[in-house]
Design a protein around this ligand. Structure first.
Ligand SMILES: [Zn+2]
Length: 237
């Protein structure tokens, strides 16, 4: 069934969440058994990864961020690689991802809308200079700009911060123009990203997720299982 849908699709858009990255060894901090257990006493990951915590306790923020949010050894899995192959065939219009790990770009995809930002872009809050991940990971305590001494902030969307307007416009346009939308590895609990799906008006909505999602009732096909295994079983001709 999925094979048939993909074979006839011309404008696929992929909307992915944490379940795409867990198969590369990156834990989902929202799920039970994720990072909740590892947060300092009395704090949830959502509290630490918030705008206010970043400004009030930057040193603790960066300790947590470096040890729990960034996995420099992670590599693209079969799902990322399959999507990269589909883009090379000019049949994937875009990837909209809630993940900040940059693995889709690492796999070679070009049209990636990272709606929660990426660990690979970091900027000085004073002079605006951009820096790679390395400078954040190698810093002790708060990473500082070598030019002006300002704090370097990862370009990831913290709780309490708005999503980037232009990334959202691009993502919504791709979804609106898709003929097939694959929603994978997300329970669609996070707004406003989840509401992007309402823009889809194409032929087939496919949901691949281990747990039920609010989009299941609208879907042409619901697959309960691994995203990597499911996609890599589909031939791209
Ligand atoms: Zn600076």
């Amino acid at each position: 069934m999925l094979q048939k849908i993909i074979s006839s699709a011309r404008r696929v858009v992929f909307f992915g969440g944490a379940g795409v990255s867990t198969e590369s060894g990156i834990p989902d901090f929202r799920s039970a058994g994720g990072l909740f257990a590892k947060a300092p006493e009395g704090l949830t990951p959502e509290m630490i990864l918030s705008r206010s915590y970043f400004y009030l306790h930057p040193e603790s923020f960066f300790d947590y961020y470096r040890s729990h949010m960034v996995y420099p050894q992670a590599r693209p899995n079969a799902a990322h690689i399959w999507l990269s192959a589909l883009e090379k065939k000019d049949r994937l219009r875009g990837i909209v991802t809630q993940n900040i790990d940059g693995l889709h770009k690492q796999a070679g995809n070009k049209r990636v809308y990272e709606i929660h930002g990426t660990i690979h872009e970091n900027h000085c809050m004073d002079c605006g200079a951009f820096f790679p991940l390395k400078i954040v990971m190698e810093a002790r305590g708060i990473p500082r700009c070598p030019h002006c001494g300002g704090v370097i902030k990862p370009s990831v969307v913290l709780y309490g911060e708005p999503l980037d307007k232009y990334v959202c416009i691009g993502a919504r346009r791709e979804i609106a123009n898709a003929d097939v939308l694959i929603v994978a590895g997300t329970s669609l609990a996070v707004e406003p990203a989840a509401s992007f799906l309402q823009d889809f008006d194409g032929k087939h909505l496919v949901v691949i997720n281990r747990e039920p999602t609010p989009a299941d009732s609208r879907a042409s096909l619901v697959i309960r299982g691994s995203v990597a295994e499911t996609l890599s079983g589909v031939n791209i001709e």
